[in-house]
Design a protein around this ligand. Structure first.
Ligand code: CDV
Length: 318
């Protein structure tokens, strides 16, 4: 049985600080309509898709930042996305800032079934950046201030998509650089990883030089390796362009289990890219090179969970 589904990455151009959710949602609706016209059954929107990437702005008092967060989904502002999903029979992935009734703040993503039900929720585990205002940095990256590390692990669920079912999982932006995150998904037989990102074109940490072209290369390298080594598809969707004066690279991609890029965005604006995925392709890797049950040696991987930072090795003695 072939298990074909049509995947779309709905890249968003910049969303300025002054723009409301209505602007972002209006643009997302146009992308969903386009996705429908192009036969997509799953649409992946970026990380924090409803607003500007607000962790670049410092607020002393966290309560003053509450307007960036969603306290419920759907809300009045996001309901049109859920309606469009129902109208077109499309499932969608949405990244947003979540403020829970208990006051917890997470960088979150959900996958929403065309019926409007939330199938899967994920909260970003690897939060980059810093907690306090850093006067040395030209651009702040305050994810550690605005979010707690996710508390849901890396869940995978088997969910209906189009006429078949797929094992779906998620990561958010910086997670894609961590092979541990991919492997935890791979160990649950993930077939489709959805991930959104907001990645600046420049490394603003001022601790060394990273060539501009390598920023995109490192992103693609991580996603292609993750998909290949865990025998899954990945849809990686950017927010792109100059947002609040700061450049985010686009280069959204859809990758197959061989690690090949099937489709890639070429603009730094709203852009839909589409690729047809045969989920049966995940079997080859899973049954051969990456047959985990036959080849993994977890007894030699204990450092992965026992240790956080690296340790210097013993010095060779003559
Ligand atoms: N939003 C992110 O997680 N961005 C990071 C940047 C700061 C390096 C990323 O890994 O793309």
């Amino acid at each position: 049985m072939t298990r074909r589904i049509t995947l779309a990455a709905a890249q968003l151009g910049p969303i300025q600080r002054a723009e409301g959710r209505d602007v972002a949602v209006g643009r997302m609706l146009r992308l969903m309509e386009k996705a429908h016209q192009r036969g997509a059954q799953v649409v992946v929107f970026p990380e924090l898709a409803l607003t500007t990437f607000f962790p670049r702005w410092y607020e002393e008092d966290l309560a003053q930042a509450n307007h960036w967060y969603e306290t419920a989904l759907p809300s009045n502002a996001t309901a049109p996305l859920f309606e469009a999903a129902r109208r077109y029979g499309i499932g969608f992935h949405l990244g947003y800032a979540e403020l829970t009734p208990e006051g917890h703040r997470y960088n979150t993503a959900v996958y929403v079934h065309p019926s409007g039900q939330v199938v899967l929720k994920y909260r970003k585990v690897h939060l980059p950046g810093h907690r306090d205002f850093d006067p040395v940095r030209r651009v702040q990256h305050l994810e550690k201030r605005y979010f707690e590390p996710g508390d849901l692990g890396f869940p995978v669920i088997r969910a209906p998509i189009a006429d078949t079912e797929a094992n779906i999982g998620m990561m958010i932006c910086n997670d894609r650089r961590w092979p541990e995150a991919w492997r935890v998904l791979g160990l649950q037989q993930v077939e489709l990883v959805m991930l959104g990102y907001n990645t600046p074109s420049l490394n603003a940490e001022n601790k060394g030089f990273e060539a501009h072209h390598l920023r995109v290369a490192h992103s693609h390298l991580s996603i292609q390796a993750g998909a290949y080594q865990n025998a899954c598809f990945a849809v990686a969707t950017a927010k792109a362009g100059t947002e609040d004066g700061h450049e985010l690279f686009g280069h959204s991609i859809i990758v197959n289990p061989q690690g090949e890029i099937m489709a890639q965005a070429t603009s730094w604006d709203d852009e839909l890219i589409v690729a047809e995925a045969d989920l049966g392709m995940c079997e080859l890797g899973r049954r051969t090179i990456f047959d985990f049950a036959r080849h993994r040696r977890p007894e030699h991987y204990t450092r992965i969970t026992a240790q956080t930072g690296s340790e210097a090795p013993p010095r060779w003695q003559t």
